[in-house]
Unconditional design. Structure first.
Length: 301
């Protein structure tokens, strides 16, 4: 090999090394950002609504997080519905569902999950640690509304938190609504790189996140609502809601979870529904599915 060719080869290797280091560094930065709270702590003022009285309070989790929450009283013959928001949101995002429920007399509890809104916490592990938040909310209901059964309605991240908490909650909950649930963390990340990035770039970005994610979220490979669903109490009914146009949590993922749960799970796919926008696509079917399920849960303890 001539001296000129050796110099050229060294330069190519150096450039590839720099490109690889830049790829890994940028992937690490993105992974770190995605697993931290999306916004600093911000106030969530009590909303003034025509359909109910919103009562604010705070929850303390078993691992020391402090959560903002709202409670809306309802009829004595209705179970309390625990509403859990999606990633990047807060309890304000659940107000449309709360209005639907309040119109039918259901009491509602809306906490803001850790690392969101006015709740404490910095790490966002997509519902896994938020299982403690769900347990704190159900515990508060046990102490303050012991005569009521509880239905947990989680959306996306909230659905994952509900599934992760279910094994420990046991019979304290009489049913679950899982709206736009993701299958596992790797699938959720892959869906989003495909959704937001062009071909080839999306594969490169996913590979970088896959390599660097263990550095910022060591248990990420074990975060799987599909696997956790096997721990849900076998006698409890589950409604799984999915959007036919959802590219972030594909309807096939919801179907896999429903199949894993067996006959006690009901799967409803809203055609044309996007992620956490199912009611917009078909409000009548969305409303009928949820209220029909809640009616079947009434009376369970």
């Amino acid at each position: 090999m001539t001296p000129t060719r050796r110099v050229w080869l060294r330069r190519v290797v150096a450039l590839l090394g720099l490109a690889g280091a830049g790829w890994l560094a940028s992937s690490f930065a993105v992974a770190y950002q995605l697993t931290r709270r999306p916004r600093p702590v911000y106030p969530e003022p009590i909303p003034t609504v025509a359909w109910g009285t919103v009562q604010p309070f705070r929850l303390t989790t078993a691992d020391g997080e402090d959560l903002g929450a709202w409670f809306v009283p309802g009829r004595a013959d209705r179970p309390v519905v625990l509403l859990l928001h999606g990633n990047g949101g807060g309890r304000t995002a659940c107000l449309p569902q709360a209005e639907l429920l309040a119109a039918e007399g259901y009491p509602i509890l809306m906490p803001t999950l850790r690392a969101h809104g006015d709740s404490t916490g910095n790490v966002n592990d997509f519902g896994h640690s938020a299982r403690h938040d769900v347990a704190a909310a159900v515990g508060w209901l046990g102490a303050n509304r012991a005569d009521r059964s509880v239905v947990v309605w989680g959306q996306s991240l909230g659905a994952a938190a509900a599934v992760f908490a279910a094994a420990d909650l046991g019979p304290r909950v009489c049913g679950y609504v899982l709206e736009c649930p993701y299958r596992d963390l790797h699938t959720a990340v892959r869906n989003r790189t495909r959704h937001y990035l062009p071909p080839v770039v999306d594969a490169v970005a996913y590979a970088g996140l896959w390599v660097t994610a263990p550095l910022v979220l060591p248990n990420g490979g074990k975060i799987s609502p599909l696997e956790a669903a096997s721990g849900m109490p076998p006698d409890l009914p589950v409604l799984v809601l999915a959007g036919g146009a959802d590219r972030r949590a594909l309807p096939g993922e919801a179907r896999a979870i429903a199949d894993h749960l067996g006959p006690r799970a009901e799967l409803v796919v809203i055609e044309g529904g996007d992620h956490l926008a199912l009611a917009r696509a078909d409000p009548d079917r969305y409303r009928a599915a949820v209220l029909g399920f809640l009616e079947r849960c009434r009376g369970r303890k």
